[in-house]
Design a protein around this ligand. Structure first.
Ligand SMILES: Nc1nc2c(ncn2[C@@H]2O[C@H](COP(=O)(O)OP(=O)(O)OP(=O)(O)O)[C@@H](O)[C@H]2O)c(=O)[nH]1
Ligand SMILES: [Mg+2]
Length: 441
């Protein structure tokens, strides 16, 4: 049987001048897995069009045996070589990650640029990075990826990190020099990131009296749209993968609850490169430190439930899987009944909304309130009137339901988030020299 090879019409959506014509290759272990591989290739197509490539052909290969040096057999190599010429293809992109050796071997065999999915994701991040933090993080991830892969041919990566003085020179000596330069630069970037993390820590300390809610989800699920409609923020919303690379934190107002913060950050994707997760640690910390996670999924995507599994994998890696989570299915305005039914049966507690159309947002607000009520405590706190600092702290950080004054003391009936109380109680002890009293009513 001939291999499935799909030739593509030029994509009218690509607005940049068309550059590289690419061949996408996905490997499948079994014939049954073919449809999954095809689905992954569709996503890879979205990724490569984001960086302006034109997909000329798509190929699914089912290797008969393990080929450590090249991933694919000699027969397939010949077939591909023919396609490269017939379709005037400039680059090959593999959906699977290639080892540095495989990458080098394939580049030499085909005498053209060969890259894998991770390098495409890194390039998108590099193009979308705007702030110093995002730029530093992506440059670090790119160089970590590049270091074991330095060869004479890595023009796409050179484009990404242009300007640090590394050249694809000839011969081993040049590569050794490049390697040293890259290592020095990695060390510098790590230092810069540590400084950024220290700044972030100071910022977070200033917000520790707040309850943090983090929006997470697959890329393009509608996370930024949700932040915008709930808080009036103006984060860029685009029908594009990885539009957001930075964290935005905004105050959230909810009846009867104060000091709520809502944050939106980078989206996840299947096979997010490990170097990326490692270098985006300061951005991802926002999720790790959250008290509640809103896990947003695009219900109109046929792969919605798979996307949720991917998000869980990343949350697992970040060690945050045990936090309170609300699953939010978004885009109900353009999803079908079957998808709704499936999602409801797998996630009976989930909420179903449309952020863009502002549909059923009250269901989400109520779900958040239920968590807030569980995460909060009611207390009766008595303080000496002379402890002005302690009284001010209570007023600023807790929600006061009632206050009474008796015998030189003020008595507050208050509601406070557990995490805030853990921080507040020692302060009250300090500012009243132990002269305070707190009890559950
Ligand atoms: N139909 C429909 N489209 C929506 C809805 N919510 C968001 N969108 C669209 O989905 C696309 C992605 O929205 P974003 O808010 O940028 O998604 P994101 O999750 O922040 O994406 P990244 O930052 O790229 O990971 C945009 O075109 C939005 O207009 C919705 O409820 N219904
Ligand atoms: Mg976004």
């Amino acid at each position: 049987m001939r291999r499935p090879l799909f030739l593509k019409q030029p994509n009218p959506k690509v607005t940049r001048p068309l550059q590289e014509r690419v061949l996408l290759i996905g490997l499948t272990r079994t014939a049954q897995n073919r449809s999954v591989t095809a689905e992954h290739l569709q996503e890879l197509e979205q990724l490569v069009t984001t960086i302006g490539y034109e997909v000329a052909a798509v190929m699914i290969i089912q290797p008969k045996r393990f080929e450590p040096a090249t991933m694919i057999s000699k027969g397939k190599i010949d077939e591909i070589a023919e396609i490269l010429i017939n379709q005037a293809i400039d680059e090959i992109v593999f959906d699977d990650d290639l080892t540095p050796t495989q990458l080098r071997n394939l580049q030499e065999i085909f005498d053209c640029e060969v890259r894998d999915r991770s390098s495409v994701i890194l390039e998108i991040f590099a193009r979308h990075a705007r702030t110093k933090e995002a730029k530093t993080q992506i440059e670090l991830a790119t160089l970590e990826y590049l270091l074991p892969r330095l060869t004479r041919r890595w023009t796409h990566l050179e484009r990404q990190i242009g300007g640090i003085g590394v050249r694809g020179g000839a011969g081993e000596t040049q590569i050794e020099m490049d390697r040293r330069l890259v290592k020095t630069r990695i060390a510098k970037l790590n230092e810069a990131l540590e400084a950024i993390e220290r700044e972030r820590l100071v910022q977070r300390k200033g917000r520790r009296d707040c309850f943090h809610i983090a929006i997470v989800g697959y890329t393009n699920a509608g996370k930024s749209t949700l932040l915008n409609v709930l808080t009036g923020a103006e984060v860029k919303v685009e029908d594009q993968l990885f539009a957001t690379l930075d964290t935005t934190v905004r105050k959230l107002t909810m009846n009867g609850f104060q000091n709520l913060l809502l944050s939106d950050t980078i989206g996840f994707i299947r096979k997010l490169p490990a170097d990326l997760i490692a270098s985006f640690r300061s951005t991802l910390r926002e999720i790790q430190e959250a008290d509640l996670i809103l896990k947003v999924a695009d219900l109109s995507s046929p792969y919605c439930l798979e996307h949720l599994d991917t998000v869980d994998e990343v949350l697992h890696e970040l060690g945050v899987i045990t936090k309170p989570i609300i699953v939010v299915f978004n885009k109900i305005d353009c999803s079908d009944d079957l998808a709704l039914k499936r999602a409801k049966s797998r996630f009976p507690e989930a909420v179903f909304i449309s952020a863009a159309r502002q549909l059923r947002l009250d269901d989400l607000r109520q779900a958040i309130v239920r968590v807030l009520e569980q995460e909060g405590i009611n207390l009766l706190v008595r303080l000496p009137l002379s402890a002005a600092k302690a009284i001010a702290l209570v007023r600023d950080n807790a929600q006061i339901r009632a206050e009474t004054y008796i015998n030189g003391e003020v008595s507050f009936e208050l509601f406070c988030y557990r995490r805030v109380w853990n921080w507040l109680a020692p302060k009250l002890r300090e500012f009243t020299k132990g002269q305070y009293d707190a009890e559950h009513p």
